[in-house]
Design a protein around this ligand. Structure first.
Ligand code: NAD
Ligand code: TDX
Length: 349
């Protein structure tokens, strides 16, 4: 199949963890493509993440809301956009339990507005080559038992307000393809790790707390399983789907890398004990089993055979190396961590 080669892409949520990693990797590999980054800069969006590209000719940042239909319509036309890569979302499960409304507003309504403006723009452009790529998550499938994997045909069974909002968005993407023929793509990735992840998520939270000798809150019995993928591998998978995926198709993305939460936390503790020259097991003594997350999914595991067989994508990062590099990145970027945990970064963006 012929590759889709965009000249200009609109990335939403490009100041967040995965979006910013994607933009940097994509611009490295596609120097001829212009990247427009639309991000409202919530607590999770940080322009510090994009320092290395901010002055490049082929990069433009716009502070704005994906739910602002006029702004989206203007950007699509003004920049002659060929593809939208839609990362923008409220992304933290715990926040969706204490405050679900913004998840519906951003993840469902925001996605619908982007789809609607894309449809109008694509129709006006006499159906020029265009892609709408929805970045979704394995959490839409719900929870697995001890065995089995999520495949693309696994029924959706979201258990948190976050995953329900992502599932609703996926269904709208599907509907815009089926009803209007909009050339959509949809990816569902497993848990990402790597640099620039906000320290509310498991891995950066544990690293940060160990460094600062604070308790390590492990939910329930710590036996829940997640399938971890390096954020750079997620980026290459998204780029592959964008360029080679058939419109209307859906791809799972995963690293075949399952870990119990407690084993990851132990690994981070032991690694940091050595790196910080602390006594053996000093880190592990900080582990505190706390009340379980409500509706806590037991196990996620992705079957990524489709993207491998159809598009030839496979992860390049080995977890044992990627996690050490990630720990090193947090050790070397304590200013970044201090800024985001104090909220200071919000004063100058
Ligand atoms: P993140 O929370 O780090 O970043 C989200 C970004 O979206 C932020 O920069 C924020 O400012 C922006 N944003 C939020 N609301 C917006 C709005 N109304 N308009 C414009 N921008 C807005 O999230 P992340 O971890 O980078 O996740 C990115 C995407 O990938 C999400 O769609 C998420 O569901 C999906 N995903 C994440 C993971 C993971 O492990 N983190 C795994 C699979 C899929
Ligand atoms: O303090 C904690 N203690 C703990 O035990 C935190 C923050 C998490 N956990 C557990 C809950 C999960 O089983 O660790 C696991 C990972 O938690 P998160 O980092 O919050 O990720 P998760 O809930 O699995 O969701 C992530 O992966 C899928 C992302 O946040 C989503 O955006 C993505 O869609």
């Amino acid at each position: 199949m012929e590759n889709f080669t965009p000249n200009t892409i609109l990335v939403t949520g490009g100041a967040g963890f995965i979006g910013s990693n994607f933009i940097k990797n994509f611009m490295d590999c596609n120097p001829g493509c212009k990247v427009i980054n639309l991000d409202i800069l919530t607590y999770a969006g940080n322009l510090e993440n994009l320092k290395s590209v901010e002055n490049m000719q082929n990069y433009r940042f716009i502070k704005g809301d994906i739910a602002d239909s006029k702004l989206v319509a203007r950007l699509l036309t003004e920049e002659n956009i060929d593809a939208i890569i839609h990362f923008a979302a409220e992304s933290h499960v715990d926040r969706s339990i204490t405050g679900p409304e913004i998840f519906v507003k951003t993840n469902v309504l925001g996605t619908q507005i982007l789809l609607e403006e894309s449809r109008k723009y694509w129709n006006e452009g006499k159906n020029k080559p265009f892609r709408f790529l929805q970045i979704s998550t394995d959490e839409v499938y719900g929870s697995l038992g001890e065995t089995g994997f999520f495949r693309e045909d696994t029924p959706l069974a979201p258990n948190s307000p976050y995953s329900a909002s992502k599932a609703a968005a996926d269904m709208l993407v599907r509907a815009y393809h089926e009803t209007f023929g909009l050339p959509t793509l949809n990816t569902r990735c497993s848990n990402n790790y790597g640099p620039f992840q906000f320290p509310e998520k498991l891995i950066p939270l544990m690293i940060n707390n160990i460094i600062n000798k604070k308790p390590l809150p492990v939910y329930g019995d710590g036996q829940n399983v997640r399938d971890w993928l390096h954020v750079k591998d997620h980026s290459t998978a998204v780029e592959t789907v964008l360029k080679k995926g058939k419109p209307g198709s859906l791809f799972n993305i995963g690293g075949n890398n399952e870990w119990k939460n407690i084993d990851i936390v132990n690994l981070i503790c032991d690694t940091l004990d050595k790196k910080l020259g602390r006594e053996q097991s000093e880190g592990r003594q900080l582990i505190t089993l706390v009340k379980d997350r409500q509706g806590h999914d037991k196990r996620y595991a992705i079957d990524a055979a489709k993207i491998k067989n159809e598009l030839g994508w496979a992860p390049a990062h080995k977890f044992q190396e990627g996690i050490i590099e990630t720990i090193d990145w947090y050790l070397e970027n304590q200013d970044w961590v201090r800024n985001v945990t104090s909220g200071e970064y919000r004063n100058y963006q």
